[in-house]
Ligand binder design. Structure first.
Ligand code: ADX
Ligand code: SF4
Length: 238
């Protein structure tokens, strides 16, 4: 996709949708660009909301997950349940077998605790490379980012240009706060990861996620041993 054309379109779309609901935004893109878009779900609370909305519009929309091989068992169970409940197919992308073998055999299975460099390598192999493949066939990428989640996400827009992947990125829940999110989940009886009720507001890979204490940041339990300014795996780097 041509970056200049995309950036102009993005400006117009942000203006057009600034006061519209997440469902309206999703409906517009599905109606107009269904064959050119994909939604990435990590099965987190935000993604469950988006899946429910998408399924109500068109359950055939391309939805995918990046299965790093290090997810919580609860996440796998939710993956299964979500597909059954909403009659959607969530396509799984796995890391490249040779790259994982090389990394683990040279640096160890839990290399990420040793340095930021090792952690980034693991995220690159287990998430970023599969993401590139998952996005190959699309121009529009739907994600569950919320501005409130972290200092690294404060300047994210509803619709933005993803320089790294050359995609138009749509974040329908960007303005939702935690209360909006959980009210919607309860009102619509949306299945969610039971770990959210055990102190995990944000859930990623098992070895890199811990529960948070009351009053701590939403993402304090992700890569908790690293500095908050660094806590992005690269999926959402601008
Ligand atoms: S992360 O970059 O720190 O892992 P986070 O867990 O906050 O991201 O999720 C933000 C959004 O990134 C999700 O709403 C989803 O769109 C996407 N995402 C994160 N992890 C995955 C995954 N494993 N598979 C698919 N999408 C993911
Ligand atoms: Fe590896 Fe942890 Fe990144 Fe998952 S979150 S890909 S286990 S470093």
């Amino acid at each position: 996709m041509n970056a200049d054309i995309a950036k102009n379109l993005i400006k117009e779309l942000n203006q057009q949708f600034k006061d519209q609901s997440a469902a309206d935004v999703l409906r517009f893109f599905i109606m107009n660009y269904k064959d050119r878009l994909g939604f990435s779900t990590s099965l987190g609370a935000e993604d469950q909301v988006i899946t429910q909305i998408i399924a109500g519009i068109d359950p055939d929309v391309y939805i995918f997950t990046l299965d790093t091989g290090r997810m919580f068992p609860e996440t796998y169970d939710l993956l299964d349940l979500t597909q059954q409940r909403y009659k959607v197919r969530i396509k799984a992308y796995f890391p490249d077998q040779k790259a994982v073998e090389k990394m683990v055999n040279s640096k160890g299975i839990n290399l990420f605790y040793e340095s930021v460099g090792n952690r980034k390598l693991c995220c690159q192999v287990r998430k970023i490379e599969p993401l590139i493949r998952a996005l190959e066939s699309v121009d529009f990428w739907i994600s569950g980012l919320r501005r409130e989640q972290s200092v690294t996400r404060e300047d994210v827009s509803l619709i933005e240009w993803d320089e790294l992947n050359n995609k138009i990125k749509i974040n329908p829940l960007i303005n939702w706060n935690s209360e909006d999110l959980w009210d919607y989940i309860r009102q619509n009886k949306i299945p969610y990861n039971p770990l959210h009720d055990q102190g995990f507001p944000s859930i990623g890979c098992q070895p890199c996620t811990r529960a948070t204490e009351p009053g701590e940041d939403i993402r304090a339990g992700r890569w908790w041993w690293e500095n908050p300014e660094m806590k992005e795996c690269g999926l959402h780097k601008k």
